[in-house]
Write a protein that binds this ligand. Structure first.
Ligand SMILES: NC(=O)c1ccc[n+]([C@@H]2O[C@H](COP(=O)([O-])OP(=O)(O)OC[C@H]3O[C@@H](n4cnc5c(N)ncnc54)[C@H](OP(=O)(O)O)[C@@H]3O)[C@@H](O)[C@H]2O)c1
Length: 342
């Protein structure tokens, strides 16, 4: 194995801490938040590995993060990017078992948008050979969240509701729900996505801009009694969906794609109908879920990608050196991930 060089190209954060804004995971110009740098290649400490990047996927959390709107503070001058896949080229004490392996990884403190990244060995998953680098680069954050959240839904009945269903995560949840014999009710804002989501496994697809959407939703809630709403949008339409759901319904907010804040309009929903509003964050799930359950989820994720039941839709590909100039434009393309390669 080649010895890593002493320096590497990286796309770094230009600001520290939190911004105090809530403008959502959209960019007009990535140069407002990111710049290019030549950094020292980091050395892995105990329990850590050094990975040579093959591919990184761009998630909404990456954009929230660089804008200072995520659940952890930015570090000016440090590489951005949470998720990717690559080859382990050096290990710290206790992580030797991963040496030479191709792994999917999450860099908990960010750093994936660089030629090399250090992360904890426990945040790496050795990849089966059938899994491509692009699927490997989006193997943890969305797929594990999909399984964890559909687990919440399947314990509460047959039907469940998914917003932003054209997102990668929404599509994974619709197909998984269908495979499990459940009835995912998908909510989208693009009418042209209805057929493809039904093909993927959505039982019904509601388009938010259709005037008959509230009536259709009410009818579906009476007929199918969905008690879990897996919501990544969290706007006023989400609140209306929650209010239309039956007794005991749970509004599980796991994303904030819309910059608009919802207003609660009916407190009796909680008092008399026993409904709840809660959050889901994979980071918390990973620290509170027993290792055996996490291993079951990891194995299921890899099996689904390996046999083709799941795939990563790709909207655009950028090299690391084009991220600052082209990321904002690439993110405007619908229906797939932006994948970054070294
Ligand atoms: N809490 C957690 O642990 C966790 C873990 C993973 C992901 N997430 C969250 O899950 C969500 C989806 O992630 P992803 O990677 O699957 O996203 P993605 O593939 O990048 O897709 C996001 C899609 O959402 C739709 N969208 C964007 N803004 C919207 C809005 N204001 N209203 C309605 N739809 C909107 C767009 O689709 P159209 O253009 O087709 O409408 C967009 O392509 C994000 O909010 C992410 O932060 C949370």
């Amino acid at each position: 194995m080649n010895t890593p060089p002493s320096t590497m190209f990286a796309v770094v954060q230009t600001q520290d801490g939190y911004s105090g804004t809530a403008t959502g995971p959209v960019l007009e110009d990535a140069a407002e938040w990111l710049s290019e740098a030549e950094l020292p290649v980091p050395a892995p400490g105990p329990g850590q590995v050094l990975i040579r990047l093959r591919a990184a996927s761009v998630n909404p959390s990456d954009i929230h993060f660089i804008k200072g709107e995520y659940g952890q503070p930015r570090v000016k001058g440090a590489a951005a990017g949470f998720e990717g896949c690559g080859d382990v080229v050096a290990t710290g004490a206790g992580a030797e078992v991963l040496n030479g392996q191709r792994v999917a990884f999450v860099a908990a403190g960010a750093g994936a948008w660089a030629e090399y990244v250090v992360t904890q060995a426990m945040m790496c998953i050795p990849l089966r050979p059938e899994i491509s680098d692009e699927d490997g680069s989006a193997q943890i954050v969305n797929p594990m969240t999909a399984i964890a959240m559909v687990d919440i839904a399947r314990n509460a009945g047959e039907a469940f509701i998914v917003s932003a269903a054209t997102s990668q995560l929404g599509k994974l949840m619709c197909s998984l729900g269908c495979d499990l014999g459940l009835k995912p009710i998908a909510i989208v804002r693009r009418a042209d996505a209805v057929d493809s989501l039904k093909d993927l496994g959505a039982h019904e697809v509601l388009v938010t801009s259709n005037p008959d959407m509230p009536k259709k939703l009410t009818d579906l809630c009476h007929a199918l009694k969905p008690r879990v709403f897996l919501d990544a949008v969290a706007d006023q339409i989400s609140e209306q969906v929650f209010c239309a759901m039956p007794n005991g319904a749970r509004w599980v907010c796991y994303g904030k794609l819309s910059p608009d804040l919802p207003k609660l309009t009916q407190m009796g929903q909680m008092i008399f109908m026993g409904k709840q509003i809660e959050g889901f964050w994979l980071t918390k799930w990973m620290t509170t879920t027993p290792p055996t359950d996490q291993m079951r989820v990891v194995a299921e994720v890899q099996a689904r990608f390996a046999d083709g039941r799941w795939k990563t839709d790709v909207a655009d590909r950028l090299s690391l050196r084009n991220v600052v100039s082209e990321l904002a434009h690439a993110l405007k393309k619908s229906d797939g991930k932006v994948i970054i390669t070294p």
